[in-house]
Write a new protein. Structure first.
Length: 197
């Protein structure tokens, strides 16, 4: 059983978007997966409703209840930092403007001080902006980077994840980004499972 929290001190940085993609990625590998909505805004539950209305059967269970019996729990948190988390792994998205990035670094420190393994993710990256290119080159060369792509909100609006969608422009690029994010999370899981030496 594994728990992964998606966390940021800042709002609107892509937490829910990444949590949805990660949940779909694990579920499509045959793991019983739930996506736990800790946010009073209920964005995950809204997504679940959109999917239901569109007649889409999600591969994971979106819920805001305390549940058990799953292999993978992805936790979508509201903006802000907590003293304690349900997970030992924190996926931490950031936007790529300097103020957001400073807030992100403070978030990473907070989480690491509480013993979590962090997976920083550059989110909504615009490679046509020099400031963003410089930040990515300095801090995200070997880390997951998710570009700013219409395909993400398009899928959300249809009750789909990029993992499950078909026939939308630039889908395969988004799928590759999520595969790299998934690999980084798997590496963090492996780290937390390593016995202490
Ligand atoms: N890679 C992306 N490309 C384009 N748009 C994106 C991307 N990721 C997220 N978005 C859009 O950015 C907005 C914020 O994303 P999201 O809701 O996932 O952020 P959040 O951190 O969960 O926000 P909150 O703090 O309010 O919970 C949404 O409108 C979403 O559709
Ligand atoms: Mg959210």
């Amino acid at each position: 059983m594994v728990h992964v929290s998606v966390v940021s001190p800042k709002g609107g940085v892509g937490k829910t978007m990444l949590a949805l993609q990660l949940a779909a990625s694990y579920a499509r590998d045959g793991l019983r997966t739930c996506l736990v909505d800790h946010d009073p805004q209920g964005s995950v539950l809204v997504f679940g409703k959109i999917a239901q209305r569109a007649g889409i059967e999600l591969p994971f269970v979106p819920t805001n209840a305390r549940v058990s019996g799953f292999d993978v729990y992805i936790h979508d948190h509201p903006p802000g930092l907590e003293e304690a988390y349900p997970s030992r792994i924190a996926v931490v998205p950031t936007l790529l403007d300097p103020p957001s990035f400073l807030i992100h670094r403070r978030g990473l420190r907070h989480l690491e001080e509480r013993g979590l393994v962090v997976v920083p993710v550059a989110c909504r990256y615009r490679s046509d902006r020099k400031q963003q290119r410089d930040l990515v080159a300095a801090h995200f060369l070997d880390r997951p980077v998710v570009k700013d792509r219409d395909v993400y909100p398009t899928c959300y609006g249809r009750g789909l994840t990029v993992v499950d969608a078909r026939g939308i422009p630039h889908l395969s690029k988004a799928q590759n980004e999520i595969a790299l994010l998934r690999a980084a999370v798997d590496a963090a899981i492996a780290l937390t499972n390593k016995p202490h030496e």
